[in-house]
Design a protein around this ligand. Structure first.
Ligand SMILES: Cc1cc2nc3c(=O)[nH]c(=O)nc-3n(C[C@H](O)[C@H](O)[C@H](O)COP(=O)(O)OP(=O)(O)OC[C@H]3O[C@@H](n4cnc5c(N)ncnc54)[C@H](O)[C@@H]3O)c2cc1C
Length: 468
């Protein structure tokens, strides 16, 4: 039986491997010259400086049940602490691997943090298998009891601002929590942005926030090697414009790309639903080659590979609302990765790389370089003097790099409640399309954005069930 997988992102490769494991003859077709989708790395600035073009921090990759099962040849590098959040007074809060150590730094909020996160960390082994969901719910109920399960579910579906304000007394804890929740690319007043914050904090304790030594391309290479070991093939520079002939087609593409590829073969209603799928804000990203490590005022920020720059809950909320509503302005909330501090292969000796991005309205052509660098300088005076080279990508450049990044949206579609469980359409099995043998498997299906491969794996399981 023959399968064609369109696209070689983490989901395409995961799906391809699952199909090859089941004995199908698998061919992956990738539009770009390199395989990997959001897992590619390149010398974007200067020779010898390796930058992750998209993803860099891979808690979902290291924690992915399917990737773990594959025993991939990847060296996961764990920074001393998963994430840091500096404040204007020169202090910082850190997400530590240890839940109690994290709580201890939160002062009056220590107990509230332990109460909120404890059950989620306890239940992580069940939660990580979502969307293979029946087992998730039963497993959580067994571990947490009905009351614990209901409270965890309530918190996970909450918006970040009310959750932070009702759970924490300290402004600093609220701001720190907001930085994690803002990864959702949702306004912090919108559900379930709070759940994203909780999920990332839980991952910090249960898995860590590691990076792949050598760049995210090392994870792509390991997946490609695994597929080839199983007899699968990859064809790069091979864009798919028409539905391939195969018993199974897995499409690691955006909903609108699926509609384009399938042309008139899709029923009108389904096609319309694909085309009305909502994308979230885009990203504006800067990569730097640096003459030295970033000189954080709060020196403990150097213990983490990820640093959240936005100060208070109010400031982060305003930034995220601006990106969502199409009216950006003021200081952007900046997510920064300083991977070369922990992986010496990414820069020449004594030099460093870093990337940072902020959220912008979908498709925006605004250049946010100046505002992003001002945010870094605010918490690390002297940063600008270290810049040896710079590379920027707005939504248009991101989409040119990977057509799944529609308008710069890196989550494969808005992750609000309406599109969290049922994406791209409201169907019990959203991977299956009305065309026999054709399945969508990108991050526009559950469980959504991030490098974890679980959309691809889940779609492959549905396909295998269908073909018997
Ligand atoms: C700037 C940025 C930073 C990010 N940081 C992180 C991070 O630190 N951690 C994290 O977990 N996630 C991060 N992400 C998100 C992550 O990269 C994505 O969620 C993930 O890659 C989605 O995987 P996917 O397989 O669904 O799609 P993709 O990785 O986007 O892969 C899709 C592939 O399909 C190909 N394709 C599409 N259409 C066709 C076609 N018609 N024919 C042939 N090929 C086609 C594309 O070229 C692409 O290679 C980031 C994303 C961006 C943009």
């Amino acid at each position: 039986m023959k399968a064609v997988v369109i696209g070689s992102g983490p989901n395409g490769l995961a799906g391809a491997i699952a199909l090859a494991q089941a004995g199908l003859e698998v061919e992956v077709r990738e539009a770009e010259p390199q395989a990997g989708g959001g897992m590619r790395s390149a010398e974007l600035t200067l020779p010898g400086f390796v930058h992750d073009v998209c993803s860099s921090i891979l808690p979902l990759g290291a924690g992915s049940p399917f990737f773990r099962e594959l025993e991939l040849d990847v060296e996961w590098v764990h920074p001393d602490a998963p994430a840091a959040h500096p404040f204007d007074d020169g202090s910082a809060l850190l997400l530590e691997r240890d839940l109690d150590a994290t709580a201890a730094a939160l002062g009056r909020d220590a107990l509230a943090y332990r109460r909120l996160l404890g059950p989620l960390v306890e239940g992580w082994r069940e939660l990580e298998r979502w969307p293979l969901s029946r087992r998730t719910i039963f497993g959580l109920r067994r571990r947490l009891g009905l009351h614990g399960l209901l409270s965890a579910a309530r918190a996970s579906l909450a918006a970040a601002r009310p959750l932070a304000e009702s759970s924490f007394a300290e402004e600093s804890t609220r701001g720190w929590f907001a930085g994690h929740a803002a990864h959702s690319m949702l306004p912090l007043e919108r559900r379930p942005s709070g759940g994203f914050g909780l999920a990332l904090l839980t991952l910090g304790h249960a898995v860590g926030w590691p990076l792949a030594r050598g760049g995210s391309r090392a994870l792509a290479a390991a997946l490609v090697a695994k597929l080839r070991d199983l007899g699968g093939e990859i064809r790069v520079s091979s864009p798919v414009d028409e539905l391939p002939q195969a018993d199974v087609v897995l499409a690691d593409v955006s909903p609108r790309e699926l509609a384009r590829i399938c042309g008139g073969r899709l029923p009108d209603g389904y096609r319309r639903r694909l085309l009305s799928y909502r994308h979230g804000p885009g990203a504006f990203k800067v990569d730097w080659a640096l003459d030295g490590p970033i000189p954080w005022t709060a020196s403990e920020c150097a213990r983490a590979a990820t640093v959240h720059l936005g100060g208070s809950l109010g400031e982060i909320s305003a930034s995220e609302w601006g990106a969502w509503s199409g009216r950006p302005g003021g200081r952007p909330f900046v997510l920064l990765a300083q991977t070369s501090l922990f992986d010496g292969t990414r820069a020449p000796v004594g030099k460093h790389t870093a990337w940072a991005y902020c959220h912008v309205p979908n498709g925006s052509s605004l250049d946010r370089t100046e505002q992003i660098e001002a945010q870094v300088e605010r918490f690390a005076p002297g940063f600008r003097d270290l810049i040896l080279g710079r590379h920027t990508m707005g939504p248009a450049e991101l989409e040119a790099h990977d057509r799944n990044l529609v308008g710069g949206d890196l989550n494969g579609g808005a992750m609000d409640l309406g599109q969290l469980f049922f994406r791209p359409v409201k169907k019990p099995v959203p991977y299956r399309t009305p065309l026999r043998g054709v399945y969508l498997c990108s991050s526009s299906t559950p469980p959504g954005g991030g490098v974890h491969g679980m959309c691809g794996y889940s779609a492959a399981r549905v396909a295998l069930g269908d073909v018997g």
